[in-house]
Design a binder for this molecule. Structure first.
Ligand code: F3S
Length: 276
């Protein structure tokens, strides 16, 4: 049996970058979970003494605070700097971008609309950068009751689908003199989905690695099952059953965006061992 990894899988660029930053800054703490993966967060704590706090006010002058991948609200960041905390910013650059756009466009007199989930940490952060406020919506219908000026600027949460964003754009354009649309959607999770689709069409067994609660891993698993009925969702190598590989020729492997490389490597090593 041959083993093939999907063309894109596992951590996105922003998460890899944040982990590298955390590893380079021992004896620090992240404000909020750096990423959505508890095993990786425990590893950073154990091997690099990178702790976690949910309250930025616990940082004292001279402490090292790592800003999470999703970013944090502008006033909290300013307070950290003002209290002489050593701030290390691990905000993904694809998140910094909509933050900057919100600030610039708000100050240039545009009404800001954010397409996304109001309570998500990324959106709480992005919204805080709109100097004169912003409206957050998930559907075009929600815009019906919002009073807006002639000039609108629009940004989207990085993980949203373009087709859904277009519905908001299509609603606004006929109703306003000027609509500035910024494509702030990040393709990383979609690249993983496309790659799993391609691989599962030719593999006769598929292994998808990721947390049982990870929604993007479940999405990968469901795409995989559509094309390859022998698809298995596992959390790590302990979940493997060698019977799955009996009489199989090609085993495809993918992993969710919050699955660390070391877990993926453990799975690959064990499958390789089982076929030799
Ligand atoms: Fe990852 Fe940054 Fe995109 S954290 S999913 S590369 S917005």
């Amino acid at each position: 049996m041959k083993i093939e990894l999907a063309e894109n899988y596992g951590f996105c660029f922003g998460v890899k970058r944040a982990i590298k930053i955390a590893e380079e800054n021992r004896n620090s703490a992240t404000y909020g979970p750096l990423i959505h993966n508890s095993k990786e967060i425990s590893r950073l704590e154990k091997d690099f003494q990178v702790g976690l706090t949910e309250d930025y006010k616990t940082f004292k002058p001279g402490d090292k605070a790592i800003v999470r991948t999703h970013g944090i609200p502008k006033d909290e960041l300013a307070e950290l700097y003002a209290s002489k905390v050593d701030v290390v910013d691990a905000t993904c650059p694809y998140v910094t971008k909509p933050q900057q756009i919100c600030q610039e466009m708000s100050e240039a007199g545009y009404d800001i609309i954010i397409f996304g989930d109001e309570v998500h940490p990324e959106i709480r952060g992005v919204k805080s950068y709109a100097t004169y406020g912003a409206k957050v919506v998930t559907t075009a219908e929600e815009l019906e009751n919002i009073k807006l000026g002639e000039k609108i600027a629009l940004v989207a949460q990085t993980t949203r689908k373009v087709e859904d964003y277009m519905k908001i754009v299509n609603y606004l354009i006929p109703r306003h003199k000027e609509v500035r649309v910024f494509n702030t959607i990040c393709n990383a999770t979609f690249e993983n989905q496309e790659a799993v689709r391609k691989l599962s069409k030719k593999a006769d067994v598929m292994i998808i690695i990721g947390g049982k609660n990870s929604s993007n891993t479940k999405q990968l698993f469901s795409i995989s099952t559509e094309n390859c009925e022998d698809s298995y969702h596992i959390e790590d190598e302990k979940d493997i059953d060698f019977m799955w590989f009996k009489n199989k020729e090609l085993c495809g492997i993918s992993a969710g965006a919050s699955t660390p490389d070391w877990i993926i490597q453990n799975v690959v090593n064990l499958i390789e061992k089982s076929i030799h």
